[in-house]
Design a binder for this molecule. Structure first.
Ligand SMILES: Nc1ncnc2c1ncn2[C@@H]1O[C@H](COP(=O)(O)OP(=O)(O)OP(=O)(O)O)[C@@H](O)[C@H]1O
Length: 366
């Protein structure tokens, strides 16, 4: 557990970057610091590993005041990942990842073997081991940064905008992989971002800071969306709060309607009494909708190019948001529900999901 106890930082020029910050980042969980530019996120983060010394208050890691620990020793137990990865440009990827184990005196061969293992863990092809950072993409470099921070197996990780410098698609992948990794590793993580969507996606807890280094709200993502404490937090959390909050509320067991289907490659069922839309499946998995009203002349069997693929799928046991989105994005208006292995269970309508929403005040699940 990391505890900020009335922590302040005033820079020599008089700027108060952080002002009596009180908060706890629980062990084994991700706490995200988010807020507008200049609100003191990075300063707060760097005070944890003493890259910046506080001018007031204390920071405790597992009840140990960080200022009472030798700073080199302290940092060995704290992984640190920054934007643009901060890799050593003249060292190969494997040597970058193994740099802390080398420092700690781990045998070279053993350190390299560990680095290769970590490469796999963060989703990097081990063929890249002998390359230099400049020979990797931005997203790959960030993965190296994460692997390097994990190399000493530190209980605590500090991450400062680690995914900000990559494009949105890569960023999304990195976030997903990071969450998977964390569910295995259970590190105590403090993560800084200016992006509220990233904070809500990754955080078990989200600390919204306002300029001057004041804590505006510390809450779970669901609480933040459904109960922002004031106009500043509400404004920062942004639009579509109600809809996004549904992402944290389980839809429970959806009771679905049987959806008549046609298999890929089968004859198109003419004169179906199923209305305009019929769902095409392949080995039980939904593939897309076929519109019987506007088939091209000469179409006889169900082929890929005839399908409307716009609809998202709701998984049984998933969130109300996923269920509603499946309905709203479906060209037929019928939201497709699948089981965990992606096989069709049936469909629901938006009206039915809205009834569920009304019946269930979307209380935060956490
Ligand atoms: N070395 C310094 N000397 C004086 N002021 C500083 C120094 N470093 C940061 N500051 C100021 O402290 C405040 C907080 O800065 P900090 O970098 O912690 O904010 P941040 O929330 O991480 O911002 P951003 O999202 O823009 O990176 C800002 O007003 C900044 O200008």
């Amino acid at each position: 557990m990391i505890r900020f106890d009335k922590v302040s930082k005033q820079y020599p020029d008089g700027t108060v970057a952080v002002d009596e910050l009180d908060l706890v980042a629980p062990s084994g969980e991700i706490t995200v610091f988010v807020g507008p530019s200049g609100c003191g996120k990075t300063t707060s983060l760097r005070m944890i590993n003493r890259m910046i010394e506080p001018t007031g208050g204390r920071i405790l890691i597992d009840d140990q005041d960080v200022t009472k620990v030798d700073s080199a020793k302290l940092r060995r137990g704290i992984g640190y990942v920054i934007q643009h990865a901060g890799l050593f440009p003249h060292r190969t990827i494997v040597d970058n990842i193994a740099s802390v184990p080398y420092l700690l005196g781990t045998d070279k061969k053993q350190a390299r073997a560990l680095a290769m293992e970590l490469m796999e863990r963060v989703g990097l092809d081990t063929r890249f081991a002998k390359r230099y950072p400049a020979q990797l993409s931005g997203g790959q470099q960030q993965r190296v940064g994460v692997a390097r921070a994990l190399a000493a197996d530190p209980p605590v990780m500090l991450m400062d905008e680690p995914f900000s410098a990559v494009d949105p698609v890569v960023r999304d992948q990195l976030q997903e992989e990071f969450l998977r990794l964390q569910s295995d590793l259970g590190k105590t993580i403090v993560f800084v971002t200016h992006d509220i969507d990233e904070a809500i996606k990754l955080g078990d807890h989200v600390a919204v800071l306002r300029v001057g280094g004041h804590l505006a709200q510390l809450a779970t993502p669901a609480e933040l969306l459904s109960r922002p404490v004031d106009a500043f937090v509400a404004g920062f959390v942004g639009r579509d709060r109600g809809y996004r909050a549904l992402g944290f509320t389980s839809a429970g067991r959806l009771s679905t309607h049987d959806e008549p289907t046609v298999s890929m490659g089968d004859p198109i069922p003419r004169g179906s009494d199923n209305g305009q839309w019929i769902l095409a499946v392949d080995s039980g998995a939904p593939q897309g909708w076929l519109s019987l009203a506007d088939l091209p002349a000469g179409a006889t069997t169900v082929t890929d190019d005839l399908l409307y693929r716009g609809g998202t799928l709701a998984t049984q046991g998933g969130s109300l948001r996923a269920a509603l989105d499946a309905c709203l994005s479906s060209p037929s208006g019928r939201g497709v529900v699948v089981d965990e292995s992606g096989r069709l269970l049936g469909s629901v309508t938006a009206r039915e999901v809205l009834d569920l929403i009304e019946a269930r005040t979307p209380e935060p699940s956490a």
